[in-house]
Write a protein that binds this ligand. Sequence first.
Ligand code: ADP
Length: 682
Amino acid sequence: MRNSIKRLLKGRVSGRHGSSSHENVNMETNAIKVVQATRGGIRSLFRRTDLSIRFHLIAGFILIVFFIIAADAVAVWQYWQIDAPAQRVRETDQVSDAVVRVHLDVYSFQSRMAALASGHDTRQFSTEAAAIRRSFLDRVDHAEQMLRATPDIEQDAPITEALESLRVTLLSQLDTAVRLAIAGEWNAVQLRAAIEIPALIEFSSSLVEKVDEEAQRQRTRAIEDAQKARQRFFIIVPIAALLTLLAAAALGWYVTWTITGPLSELTACAQALARGDFQHQIHLRGKNELAVLGNAFNYAAQQLQKVYEDLRLSERELRDVIEALPTMVWIAGTDGSNEFGNRRWQEYTGLSHERTVGPGWQDAVHPTDLKQHWEKWCASLASGEPFENEVRYRRADGEYRRFLSRAVPLRDEHGKILRWYGVSTDIEDRKRAEEERERLRADLAHVNRVSMLGELAASVSHELKQPIAAAMTNAKTCMRWLKRDQPDVDEALDATSRIVNDGTRATEIIERLRSLYKKSAPQRELVEVNEIIREMGELLRAEANQYAVSIRTDLAADLPKAGADRVQLQQVFMNLMLNAIEAMKETGGVLTVKTQLDENGQLLISVSDTGVGLPKEKIDQIFDAFVTTKPQGSGMGLSISRSIVESHGGHLWATANNGRGATFHFTLPTTTETLRMPATGT
Ligand code: ADP
């Protein structure tokens, strides 16, 4: 490196001293070619998009590092340029120093020879001469080495040759002196030292002057070179730093551009995709990561478009199905406002989509139902519980029909309700059929009641006989008291009031019978169950007596009233008590009616007997219609009783007694809620 720089310097120096400019032109041309080749290589290297981004980044980084190293090298080189003249001066000084030492040796050679010659000691002379020889040779060798190390001096002044001749001359003088000393020619030795050696001293002195002159010249030149080098340093180094910076910035920008360019295209495509534009394709050539990503993106967009198309198709199909469904389908928001109503809804209500959305759907609801329907809907919206309600919707022609409206919420993964999906099913025909069925059942129950009353007629007429006979007796007594000579009016009045009481009793019996015969719509009222039990006991007492059955009651005091239809409850008691009496027909026994409050606060009523007990083979079916074990039985009593009890919100069931007979239990709610329940009973 140092040699090559030296050579270069030398070339410059020689150029400065008039060497051919042709060489310089060649060098510059070659340098331009190298730079062009490098630049082209780098350009083509970075243009290749099949190289990975990683490669781009690494290559860019290496090039930047290379530029920095090059700039550093230029700086070092320039620094060396400043330091090189000083070095040259130092070397020249060393040469000068070495030559001066040679001169001093020559100088001391003369005095030493004179001193040794005056001693006349041959051996010492020879020994000292050998030492002087060695020392001189060392000095000369050292001086020559120094000269070789500083070729500028060597070139400008042929000092080596002068040194060589000095060495040869001094050594021959020394050899001659030694020979003369051995021969004992001490005068000759002293003479030579006095005559010959000063010529040598003069020669070496001239050599020292020459070297000094050369050194001085070198120093002057070095100072000039150093100044120029310093000036160059302050121009070249900032330029090199600036160029490095520019090159690094350009490379950085280029590498960034090779990444951000495709990236911005990818971003544009992603945004287009987000807008639903699946046609947007990425056009990235090559095989680098971004190109691969672009291809994957294009593929994903194609697949997405396919999926989207499929989805749209299936959504359209689903919408067609929803539109074509023979039931009303609707979608509502979380605030209960309508978002969609299918074709069936629009056709039925005659309301367009625009008139239905939001709160518009309420126009189709029957004004009477609206408040209750809206409250129930709001309760579901608030609780998130599925919605279900019966409501009347107005048809386009103005007629109202009943619908069962149901809705369930759609939730996200966190359970948050997004919207409600609902269906409204027309239940008008079903409702009418149910009502017809209920009416028929009521008729059947009435027929059942009347047929039972037919059976009761005999005993009831016996019951009626008593107040009528008593009234007759009291009437006769009254007449007797009045026919006296002195009519006893007070007694007659007593008899008359007894007649009135008897008449009232008979009227009451007839009224009870009449209420059972009467076919009226069910009516809920607050009734005292204990009172109905007492009435039915009175009514059936004659029938019970006929079969030696005694009726007992075990009624809890202060029972709350039940919201019930009085006549329907009478019918239940009559069915259960007549069945009990019939079960004890052959044997007689005890019929016990008990009331109490159960643990749920409901009325619990039981009718038990000591009769034949429940039929074992039909124990599960006795509550079914037309199931009977009696030759003349209709099998409707228990079925009707159960439907009445259940329509009141209670339950009816039967258990076998531990001893003889069976017990029938039923519950009745005591709350006033039952009053508000829709009447569905007989
Ligand atoms: P019916 O009395 O016309 O047979 P019900 O529906 O009242 O119809 O009774 C159905 C059947 O239940 C009766 O035929 C009878 O077998 C049975 N049953 C009802 N009450 C009693 C009872 N107290 N003891 C025993 N069996 C009964």
